[in-house]
Design a protein around this ligand. Sequence first.
Ligand code: FES
Ligand code: FE2
Length: 367
Amino acid sequence: MSSQAETLSSHHYCSQEVFDQEREHLFHGGWFMCARGDTIAPGSRRVVDVVGESIILSRTADGTLHAHANVCRHRGARLCQPETVSSHRTIVCPYHAWSYALDGALVGTPHLSHDDVDRDALSLWSIALREHEGFVFVSLAKTPPAFDSWMQTHGGEVVPLFRFGLGDLRVAFTSRTTVAANWKIIVENYQECLHCTRVHPELVELVPAYRGGEVYERTRGDGGVTLSGGGNSFSHTGHSKLPLLPKMSEVDAHSYFGCTLFPNVFVDITGTSAIVSTLFPISATQTVVTMEYLFAPEAIAASGFDPQPIIDFSELVGAQDNMVCEGVQQGVSSHAFTHGVLTDKDSLVIGFVEHYNQAMSAAPMAQ
Ligand code: FES
Ligand SMILES: [Fe+2]
């Protein structure tokens, strides 16, 4: 007799109170992957929203990456508009035009001399930052958890994929979609393939294992799934003329490897590309999903570089997923919904729910 477990409750998917607790415990209390490092060139900056906290990521000319609160030290004005990217080497406040260097130092205070204001004491507020394998993590905790042990606890699935040289890859294209669904619905959808035959007819042509509702091939021990016809990419034909990722073996090149980095990242790797999907929760019922398409720098620089077939295919699959996730959000918002059920074939969803419950009960509160 097979067993059934319960999903999370309607409250978990719809309540602002739960969302506020998640923000404190998970998103601000731990490390939050918010960008790929190569998207911030030396001498430039960009703004990201980490669950309600606006953060300026900037890279000084020496290559050092910085993270600061997007808040002026004078009277607290928002400095940069959301999601902006700029190559200006100073950040100028739109209110009284105080200006900051990319390392956060206050360098200009119009109408006010050094005697009027202690510039040295008024650098931008710094945010804890780690750049690891090209992933940029920030922590808004007063005392951030030790990064290495945090990665061991929450990033165990992604570490084996570092063998493909993720840190050396570059983003060639980014899509950004607002999905009307709780972030956990999107993670849970990623963790099972019982929906694949119905929702992703193109994808199951490419990955035969998915036709049976499996996420993994049980006959393989490496977590990979075989692409049909010796394919090397997620694309309509399965075949790309792009060069293999630099650290991709000929054996692995014809498989797909995917994983999550708890709580908000999916990584999908085939022979010719890596796709990093990042969830930016906005509210209990809204999530921005970015999909970044990574390739070898040499592939991007080569004449005739054409990632479009890979982008088109994954955007199609992503749109299919987003649509069903929005349908789930609508369903779980009903008074009728208490819990759903999870079966043995939902083992990864069950694993996620357990991880979530554990992280929510164990994480220290952010200050
Ligand atoms: S609030 Fe920024 S310069 Fe006054
Ligand atoms: Fe899906």
